[in-house]
Design a protein around this ligand. Structure first.
Ligand code: PEP
Length: 256
């Protein structure tokens, strides 16, 4: 009953002109989202309006990679949800491990951002995931559930039903290492059960839980065919129109 979400996280790649070029190539291959599949690209903020103009008339949605939890003010370099709302962007990535690692993002700031994003009717894609060391010490379940608990702290069930959760084991991001389908399914099921316990079955059934960590055309099918894997947050493979559209085709085949 949940749609797949195939989302590209472009990170610090593609200015306005190269965004146009990549999306012109992508829209040569895909314009209509297949039934039960949502397509999203998240370019750098400076390229969002260029992306929106390139995907006009298609089903491809555009999101951003980060927002402030403040409305406005002396915060050099930041962008606000209000600014995002002046565009037609729909989603915001929050709590990505690179933000946690390099920019001081904490569970507490993730929670503030999630609340701000929901307050302004945007969709947060909340990234969680354990490090290699945490997995080796068998702490991965606790780490991920704690990150989710903190991110959703203070939210009502109704609000939780609008979030997307991205399980991104840190050891699989940009490394070419991928979680096995069993490892992904195990964690996604744990997350869904935890949401059911805290917010009820209806909410847990509706939340899209996507996998991120070196998803590529060759491994997309085994990951996306897991019961609780509702799509992908895709870095490297979203920067090429053909590999991103190949992953969309896999989702279309499984959804059909
Ligand atoms: C990401 O950064 O969200 C990601 C999953 O990257 P990659 O697909 O390159 O591992």
């Amino acid at each position: 009953m949940r749609n797949f979400l195939i989302a590209g996280n472009w990170k610090m790649n593609k200015g306005p002109a190269s965004t146009r070029e990549l999306l012109d190539n992508l829209t040569n291959e895909v314009t209509e989202a297949p039934d039960k599949v949502e397509i999203l690209v998240c370019p750098p903020a400076i390229s969002v309006t260029s992306a929106l103009s390139a995907v006009e008339g298609t089903d491809i949605k555009v999101g951003v990679q980060h927002v402030s939890y403040e409305d406005d003010g002396a915060l050099t370099g930041e962008i606000s949800t209000g600014m995002v709302l002046e565009t037609d962007a729909t989603h915001v990535i929050v709590g990505h491990s690179e933000r946690r690692q390099y920019f001081g993002e904490t569970d507490a700031t993730v929670n503030k951002r999630v609340k701000k994003i929901l307050e302004d009717d945007l969709v947060p894609i909340i990234c969680v995931g354990e490090s290699l060391e945490q997995r080796q010490k068998d702490q991965h379940h606790r780490v991920v559930l704690n990150q989710i608990k903190a991110a959703l702290n203070g939210l009502e069930a109704d609000a939780v039903s609008s979030v997307v959760i991205a399980y991104e084991p840190v050891w699989a991001i940009g490394t070419g290492e991928t979680a096995t389908p069993e490892q992904a399914q195990e964690m996604h099921e744990l997350i869904r059960d935890d949401l059911a316990d805290k917010f009820g079955e209806e909410v847990s059934d509706s939340v899209q839980i996507v996998y991120g960590g070196s998803m590529k055309p060759h491994n997309a099918e085994e990951l996306l065919s897991q019961t609780d894997v509702d799509g992908g947050l895709i870095g490297g493979a979203s920067l090429k129109a053909d590999s991103f559209s190949d992953i969309i085709s896999v989702a279309a085949k499984l959804a059909g």
